[in-house]
Design a protein. Structure first.
Length: 415
């Protein structure tokens, strides 16, 4: 058997903390939302019971309003900032107060197909539907079809150049002292800057003062971005949720989900910009398009069946970004001013983003590019190990090591 597969499985065992998986030891000592969804897809390939546990443990953190938080603090740890005392959410199990990309239902459908276990899928399906309803009410109260993020951490791409303009408006003052822990685990040059952290925590202070009431937050938010990557993931997850509703004979649910999906499909298509050959998000505070060239502009491939013309344009642009890169796919267009090859979400390649892009390329019948990206990802991991992410120019593994979502992506992509 491929020894890397054994190693990937060993990492998932090492990062197990009792039915849930931490992203990596010390740097991220809790359960993260979209990390767990990717991990569950990895487990679904060989241990469906453990995959269900991953999602069940995440749902323990779900709020009464339907939100599934971005971090569930199952057990205390002092190796991460900001912890529960900064979030001040007063949930029975301590959680953060913001969310993360809704990969959950994509994982649930794959898991259900692998197990056929309706009894175990159904409560998770209900949790996912509550969460999708939350997205469409709390994060799109005007019914545009594009869902909004109120914090860069909600995107999963924390310090992406996509947020530079919108985040610059957020003050650097905080009521909470910023006591970073990440830079004691990982080189500071690979992490967001101090100024970013001050703004991240300013936002947490504003929302804590709203007592985490979503309507108040919507009104007060100094950062509000209607985002194409999150909407694309929500739409793909919505398609999977609808398939489950249909299979379970829940026809009212299915009709409700179809309406969500149609609205988002139309809205996403309207964000296509031919001049850039990609989709763009919208800054809801300024009303402007976000033109920063990041990978998010290609993520709608995951959820849309593009016309041949559009797909050709997307693939040609993706190819331009990939040319000369040792490891595709760069999260910022190489060599623009904001591009930094090692700084977290400002350029590096991430196995989970590649995984989503590969699914999107396959859906849109672009098998050659999908295969090239798959091979590039698998080779990077086999050469450098299960790093958090990769420098696209040198191929070097960066950030945390023994990373759970890189292991899960490998299990799926190397198979
Ligand atoms: C990173 O984000 C956390 C905050 O959520 C952090 O830097 O402290 C991001 O890469 C995010 O996408 C990921 O879910 C998380 C855990 O892997 O780390």
């Amino acid at each position: 058997m491929n020894m890397h597969i054994n190693e990937a499985k060993r990492i998932l065992v090492t990062n197990d903390r009792g039915g849930y998986t931490v992203p990596t030891d010390r740097l991220y000592p809790f359960q993260w939302n979209w990390d767990s969804a990717f991990v569950a897809m990895g487990f679904a390939l060989y241990d469906t019971d453990r995959a269900y546990r991953e999602l069940e443990r995440l749902v323990e953190g779900q709020w009464a309003d339907g939100m599934i938080p971005h971090i569930v603090f199952h057990q205390p740890s002092d190796s991460y900032f900001p912890g529960p005392n900064v979030w001040r959410t007063r949930h029975s199990i301590p959680t953060s107060g913001i969310t993360q990309p809704p990969v959950f239902a994509i994982a649930l459908r794959k898991l259900h197909e692998a197990s056929g276990d309706r009894t175990r899928t159904l409560p998770l399906y209900e949790a996912a539907l509550k969460w999708h309803r939350w997205w469409y009410s709390a994060r799109d109260p005007e019914g545009t079809g594009l869902v909004a993020l109120l914090h860069p951490w909600e995107s999963g791409s924390d310090n992406s150049p996509a947020w530079d303009v919108a985040l610059a408006r957020v003050p650097t003052t905080t009521d909470t002292p910023v006591v970073r822990k990440d830079t004691s685990h990982v080189n500071a040059d690979m992490r967001p800057r101090n100024e970013d952290y001050q703004r991240f925590i300013h936002l947490v202070d504003v929302y804590a003062a709203c007592e985490w009431n979503w309507a108040k937050q919507w009104e007060k938010a100094p950062f509000k971005v209607a985002e194409v990557q999150t909407t694309a993931i929500l739409l793909k997850a919505g398609e999977d949720l609808r398939a489950l509703a249909q299979e379970f004979g829940l026809l009212d649910d299915a009709a409700e989900i179809v309406a969500f999906n149609e609205k988002s499909r139309r809205a996403l298509l309207a964000q296509w910009r031919p001049a850039f050959s990609r989709f763009v998000s919208r800054d809801l505070v300024s009303g402007q398009d976000i033109e920063a060239p990041t990978h998010a502009g290609f993520l709608p491939l995951l959820a849309l069946d593009l016309s041949a013309d559009l797909a050709d344009a997307v693939v040609a642009e993706m190819q331009r970004w990939s040319d000369g890169m040792k490891v595709a796919f760069p999260t910022t267009k190489p060599y623009v001013d904001s591009f930094e090859a090692k700084r977290y979400w400002r350029g590096p390649s991430w196995a989970i983003i590649n995984w989503l892009l590969i699914e999107g390329l396959t859906r849109n019948s672009r098998a050659d590019m999908a295969e090239a990206l798959r091979l590039s990802t698998v080779r990077a991991i086999e050469t450098e190990g299960f790093a958090e992410y990769f420098d696209p120019i040198t191929g070097e593994g960066c950030g945390g090591l023994g990373f759970s979502w890189t292991a899960a992506a490998y299990l799926s992509l190397a198979a």
